[in-house]
Design a protein around this ligand. Structure first.
Ligand SMILES: Nc1ncnc2c1ncn2[C@@H]1O[C@H](COP(=O)(O)OP(=O)(O)OP(=O)(O)O)[C@@H](O)[C@H]1O
Length: 225
């Protein structure tokens, strides 16, 4: 499968909050190759570096990746429709974007209604984002990522506020719509069901990088001890 991105000897760090102190290492990656068709789950305890790695991959993949951040990051005063439409502002002209804010065209209404249907948010398209529950906001953020229509999906805990069944259905949908995905997750058993590769992070490094069918439960459990 084609290589989409390669990381070698990569040190991901943040500036120290103390003056004249060296940067603080968040994650060291010796080697990581992302190939077309990979469905990667990033697992690890809180603070292990999942978001940091995702952001780095996003920078590397630039225009070929759709992005679904950990916090839904919706514009609270805008309707759900417009928050989803915001995923594709760059695809349309400035005039179309402005017009759509005031008077959405039938074409965009139809496109977004079709996208919202399987996520269970079609009835909410004309509700303001600030009036949604956490799980509804998360599904709007997923719709906005889907509307970006990029070949790779990078998503940071996209179904953490949903129940298991709903989470599984939505992860399946995301897999069908993107040839390649990297998803940070807390639910390891769900990750094993929907992904074909798991990268385990801990101690500021990659502890393992393995196809799902070669992983034993102990390896995953050790991540959380
Ligand atoms: N903007 C930032 N500035 C400074 N340090 C940061 C920043 N973002 C993350 N870090 C640090 O980098 C490390 C990795 O954080 P990161 O958010 O990538 O972990 P995570 O695995 O995504 O955690 P969680 O599961 O809680 O979202 C942590 O020690 C964190 O404190």
């Amino acid at each position: 499968m084609a290589v989409l991105l390669e990381l070698r000897d990569c040190r991901l760090a943040y500036p120290s909050d103390r003056k004249n102190q060296p940067d603080r290492l968040a994650l060291a990656v010796d080697e990581l190759t992302l190939r077309e068709g990979d469905r990667v789950a990033l697992l690890g305890r809180s603070g292990a570096g999942k978001s940091t790695l995702l952001r780095h991959l996003r920078d590397g993949l630039a225009d070929s990746a759709s992005w679904c951040p950990q916090q839904a990051a919706l514009v609270p005063q805008l309707k759900v429709f417009h928050n989803i439409f915001a995923g594709a502002l760059e695809r349309h002209s400035g005039f179309a974007n402005l017009k759509n804010l005031l008077l959405p065209s039938p074409r965009f209404r139809e496109e977004i209604a079709t996208l919202a249907q399987p996520l269970g948010i079609r009835e909410l398209l004309w509700t303001k984002a600030e009036e949604l529950s956490g799980g509804q906001k998360q599904r709007v953020a997923i719709a906005r990522a889907l509307y970006q229509r990029k070949p790779v999906l990078l998503a940071d805990e996209p179904v953490s506020a949903l129940d298991r069944r709903q989470g599984r259905d939505i992860l399946d949908l995301l897999s069908r719509r993107h040839g390649t995905s990297v998803i940070a997750m807390h639910n390891a058993s769900l990750a094993l069901e929907v992904c074909n590769r798991v990268i385990g992070l801990g101690d500021q490094r990659v502890l393992f990088d393995s196809p799902v069918d070669q992983l034993d439960p102990d390896t995953i459990e050790r991540l959380y001890r």
